[in-house]
Design a protein around this ligand. Structure first.
Ligand SMILES: NC(=O)c1ccc[n+]([C@@H]2O[C@H](COP(=O)([O-])OP(=O)(O)OC[C@H]3O[C@@H](n4cnc5c(N)ncnc54)[C@H](OP(=O)(O)O)[C@@H]3O)[C@@H](O)[C@H]2O)c1
Length: 213
């Protein structure tokens, strides 16, 4: 029989996703994560997170993960390229969204993308556009699809991520500004979990920035 989890995370083996798993477990939540066969599972296992094997390039794997976890909420922070150079940011996130549409359409979902997505593209400096353009265009595909879906959706666009300790200092805004362009992953994770639980944040994209000073 399927279990029922507070949160299912896609992209939790390291980085921001692992910080999200840590923060959610710390809140006393029951957390599951879909991880690839070759992913390093040690940190998640230590946290007591339930691991569901799957590859986000596969829609069937995403559907199976949802069916197994029966989550109350879903977060996807999938990003990067596989060993063959294939980028997950569009297709993997689209698979998560389509899996939700197919099997759990009333489950709240928070998609983590990046500062610079959507209408923020024009405000980026040219070197940033050159460096991040491919990833941002891919994430935009997922954002656009999610926005026209009937799912209860939210989007989080974090600024640059560091591995430093969390400070508890972050800003969540509808628009970006020119300050706080880097912040610790731990702070972004706290911000994302807070966004996820606020009904008034539904159906909007939120930018997560470091402190302004
Ligand atoms: N770095 C920045 O400054 C920055 C700024 C804004 C937004 N972002 C975005 O924030 C997100 C998190 O970034 P991060 O640097 O903390 O983490 P990351 O190192 O990009 O980790 C990505 C996660 O996605 C998983 N993943 C990748 N392909 C997968 C697949 N086919 N199936 C299942 N899982 C897969 C990875 O698992 P494996 O361990 O198996 O590879 C990993 O857990 C990314 O989407 C990134 O683009 C980053």
């Amino acid at each position: 029989m399927a279990d029922s989890y507070d949160l299912l995370i896609f992209g939790a083996s390291r980085g921001l996703g692992l910080c999200l798993a840590k923060a959610s477990v710390k809140r006393g939540e029951k957390v599951a994560a879909m991880v690839r066969a070759e992913s390093d599972r040690s940190a998640l296992s230590e946290l007591g997170v339930t691991l569901i094997q799957g590859d986000a390039f596969s829609l069937d794997d995403c559907i199976a993960a949802l069916r197994q976890a029966q989550p109350r909420r879903v977060i996807s922070v999938l990003g990067g390229k596989n060993a063959a150079g294939r980028r997950i940011d569009a297709l993997g996130n689209l698979n998560v969204i389509q899996a939700l549409e197919a099997s759990m359409p009333s489950t709240r979902v928070l998609l983590g993308t990046s500062l610079g997505c959507g209408e923020q593209w024009d405000g980026l400096a040219e070197p940033t556009k050159r460096m991040l353009g491919e990833a941002i265009r891919a994430k935009n595909e997922a954002e656009q699809y999610l926005k026209q879906s009937a799912l209860p959706w939210m989007i989080a666009r974090p600024a640059g991520l560091s591995h430093q300790e969390g400070t508890g200092q972050y800003r969540v805004q509808a628009q970006r500004d020119d300050a706080g362009n880097y912040l610790p992953r731990a702070d972004v994770a706290d911000a994302m979990l807070a966004i996820l639980d606020q009904d008034e944040r539904l159906y909007k994209a939120w930018t997560i920035l470091g402190p302004a000073h």
